[in-house]
Design a protein around this ligand. Structure first.
Ligand SMILES: C[S@@+](CC[C@H](N)C(=O)[O-])C[C@H]1O[C@@H](n2cnc3c(N)ncnc32)[C@H](O)[C@@H]1O
Length: 381
């Protein structure tokens, strides 16, 4: 057994990042093959308990305490360093060990492993809370929502599983403004998901495309750019390209926006006409997947109306293949479906949408192969 595991670990280590997904699927199928129906129900049925216990461990700082220790740590010591009672900690840690989030070294003694160390990253702490408090409730509401709407592919953004889950008529982004904790988890998660090395900036010929651009003209407009991390990355990478760099988002995001020198922060609703005309680059990352086709067409039309023949619309999204898409990409797609009646669209679906509004796809640049993240260069047809 140990030999087999060693061999698999070695193979995974050597595999290209995009091949890991196949290994994970093969190992998942292996787990399934070992399970009885009851064992499977307990694991699948209890998945949210894994999320819930992980959130509690993050709140208590358990992963950080274990990761910072030189070696194994006793429950006694963890109880002293946290506000939790020892019997509770013991039960929580034993469950976390049973799901592989920590190692149980001996009775009442635990140590950090790869999973625990993963959970000390800022992206993981913010992300798990974003999922637990803002995303998981819509997963609960989804089966009844689909039943009640006759199993139609959702296209009504004003009534999704999200609305049922939170008993609200507000969409997630409007709702965020009344729920600052949820918004902070979301913003932190979004901001730390990808660094500049895994971004469109690593593949797109910005300098070449923006050659001869002049100061005073809008160079880069980041539409729905959240609090401005990508604007800051753009300015940092290209401080010398002349032109205005503009962040646009709803008022609550702009209120929290980074004060990056050389970046203008502007409140703008992308369902209204684009006020910045003739920019070189109009950029949207992870925005269109939050909307059904008829709303994406509105965003595209408003942007198109502001574009000149020199403008490039850059759409940065997960573009899953038609067959064999990964767990990550298909889960994103279902999450978009449940929250927004949105979708992760294939390249063919994008081409069709562009054609409908008089735009054309010039080229797709893949920058993160395992997650199919790509930026599309789109121009006036
Ligand atoms: C999924 S986030 C993507 C954020 C950012 N582009 C990124 O990739 O990190 C969607 C963003 O769109 C913004 N947004 C939602 N509805 C909007 C609207 N009607 N007008 C402008 N921004 C909007 C949200 O506030 C949020 O920052």
């Amino acid at each position: 057994m140990e030999k087999a595991l060693k061999l698999i670990t070695q193979l995974v280590g050597e595999a290209r990042p995009e091949a890991r997904q196949q290994v994970i699927l093969a190992l998942t199928n292996l787990i399934h093959s070992l399970e009885t129906p009851d064992a499977m129900v307990q694991r699948i049925g209890g998945l949210v308990l894994q999320t819930s216990a992980t959130v509690t461990a993050v709140d208590l700082g358990l992963f950080r305490l274990l990761a910072a220790a030189e070696g194994p740590v006793t429950v006694d010591s963890l109880a002293q360093k946290t506000s939790a009672e020892k019997p509770l900690l013991r039960r929580l840690l034993r469950f976390l060990a049973a799901i592989g989030m920590v190692d149980e070294v001996s009775k009442d003694t635990f140590a950090a492993n790869h999973a625990s160390r993963n959970m000390t990253a800022k992206i993981a702490e913010a992300g798990i809370k974003h999922y637990f408090y803002t995303v998981c409730p819509e997963y609960y509401a989804l089966p009844d929502y689909l039943k009640n709407t006759g199993y139609k592919n959702p296209s009504d953004e004003t009534h999704t599983a999200w609305h049922d889950a939170f008993k609200t008529d507000k969409g997630p982004f409007t709702w965020f403004s009344d729920h600052p904790d949820n918004m902070a988890y979301f913003n932190d998660y979004m901001a730390s998901r990808r660094g500049p090395e895994l971004s469109w900036l690593s593949v797109y010929p910005v300098r070449q495309e923006a050659a001869n651009w002049s100061a005073g003209r809008p160079l880069y407009v980041n539409i729905g750019g959240n609090i401005g991390h990508q604007c800051a990355e753009f300015r940092e990478k290209y401080p010398d390209i002349p032109g205005r760099v503009i962040l646009q988002d709803l008022a609550h995001s702009i209120a929290a926006a980074l004060p990056t020198p050389g970046v203008e922060n502007m409140v703008h609703n992308f369902f209204e006409p684009q006020p910045v005309k003739g920019a070189k680059f109009y950029f949207l990352r992870g925005v269109c997947h939050n909307h059904p086709d008829h709303k994406v067409r509105q965003i595209l039309e408003h942007t198109k109306a502001a574009m000149t023949s020199e403008s490039v619309l850059l759409i940065d999204e997960i573009i899953p293949p038609e067959v064999g898409a990964s767990l990550d990409a298909t889960a994103h797609d279902m999450t978009m479906l449940a929250a927004f009646a949105g979708a992760e669209r294939s390249e063919a679906q994008w081409k069709a949408l562009f054609a409908e509004v008089g735009l054309r796809l010039v080229k797709t640049y893949l920058y993160n192969a395992p997650s199919y993240e790509s930026v599309m260069d789109v121009r006036l047809a």
